[in-house]
Write a protein that binds this ligand. Sequence first.
Ligand SMILES: [Fe+2]
Ligand SMILES: [Fe+2]
Length: 178
Amino acid sequence: MTLYEKVVEYVDTSFKGKKTHFERAVYWIEQLLPSATEAHKIAAYAHDIERAIKGEKERDYLNPDILERHSEEGAEIMAEFLQKNGADIETINKVRHLISKHEVGGDMEQNALMDADSISYFETNAQHFVEERAKTEGYKKVKDKLDWMFNRVSSEEHRKFARENYEKWSKELEKIMN
Ligand SMILES: [Fe+2]
Ligand SMILES: [Fe+2]
């Protein structure tokens, strides 16, 4: 089993089978960052691990303190997992670096993971926010989440991969709430 396969197994077990958001994040980081290595794929697949381990329901999902804790704790959870599984120090440091800023970005590679997360979100998660969570959490909260996930994308070039789905789900949200 490769290190990446071990990570996939760990993440899948932790999240009880929710895979598509993570698979698409891996797909997109490889598109956005042609130099992506196994460490980038690991970071993309495991970027939200904190949510599975801590079981936090992500209710206050735009709170900067919660996002920072979510990112930093996820980075530490994966560093520990990788260490236990014999990863080399460069891989551990790279994964920690990438996950620790996946919500807000930072350098070019951290931005690539953040952008991959956003593009994947619009493909795989936005529907659930619009069709389910808007009912209980309200229009504004979901609207703010869609806008935030789209606007944080670090370049116009990357934003074009998210735009169609962003517009589609924003329109659906309007329809449902009116
Ligand atoms: Fe996240
Ligand atoms: Fe994510």
